[in-house]
Write a protein that binds this ligand. Sequence first.
Ligand SMILES: [Zn+2]
Length: 324
Amino acid sequence: MIYTCRNENCGGIVEGTEVVTQCPHCQGPMQMTSEEKLNGLQWTLLGEFWSRKDDSKSLKRSFYCFQRASMEGEPRGITSLGIYVENGWGTEKDEEQAFWIYQQAEEYGYVPAFYQLGCCYQLGKGVEVDLERAYTYFMKAARFSYPLALYKVARFYEEGVVVERNLNQAFSCVEQAMDQGYIPAQVRLGMYYEEGKGTSRNLRKAFQLYEDAALQGDAEGQFHYARCLENAIGTDYNPWEAAYWYEQSADAGYVEALTKLGHCHQIGLGVEMNLERAVSFYRKAITGGSTKAMRLLADAYEYGLGIEKDVEKARYWRKLAGMM
Ligand SMILES: [Zn+2]
């Protein structure tokens, strides 16, 4: 059964077997409806409702909803459909098809679709890599202050790709993206302050930006926050807090935090020294592609730290790290 919020401006929509009388967004009354009555936007919202659940059945339903939204010509639904096709969520993965779908949404002037097309050109998804086109699309979306696009444009300025390197410009773009509430931009801005890029160096400010991102649950922010605590950057040295935040970040899937957490266990920084645990963290980080962890594991093999000494294996891991 599908229920929609009676308050037209709310857009609350829920589907399930249970009767829903109260809107989860505005607490207003809900009414039962049927698929035939849904318009494009409602199909999109229903797709988003299902996309918040993480099982394959929900993904399939979500994909179906975005298909229906697309048939109604609803650009937000079309763009989501593209993302699903690009990633193979609830359907077969097909990057060329996804690229074509984004182009359809572009026809409606839908800003996030410009951004998606930029990503396609940047990464060669469904189309040949073309950094100039990528930049053009990111700029097109950035003009509407679309935060993800501002963040991308900043990287072009920072690295001097396609455009001339301009750190002040990069700083300004990242700052605008952050003002839109985009957390990765906030972490990036922290790095700019830490390194004095496009602005004067301000370690305290960097620390505060990382801290705020960390508290909002951003894994990369948690990593940098922990790094500051470990190395007394813009704050006092606090190994216990550092180890805690490395762990939070590692739990959230940030690979370099796993490496760091392993190192904390190896030297007893903020945690009890435990060489076996250190090695198991390095192994996990290696699975995630960390070359730093490969080198640390090589050391562990070389000196027999938490693992049986094995010079051959030490050499193997060092060589592999060097190749990547
Ligand atoms: Zn509502």
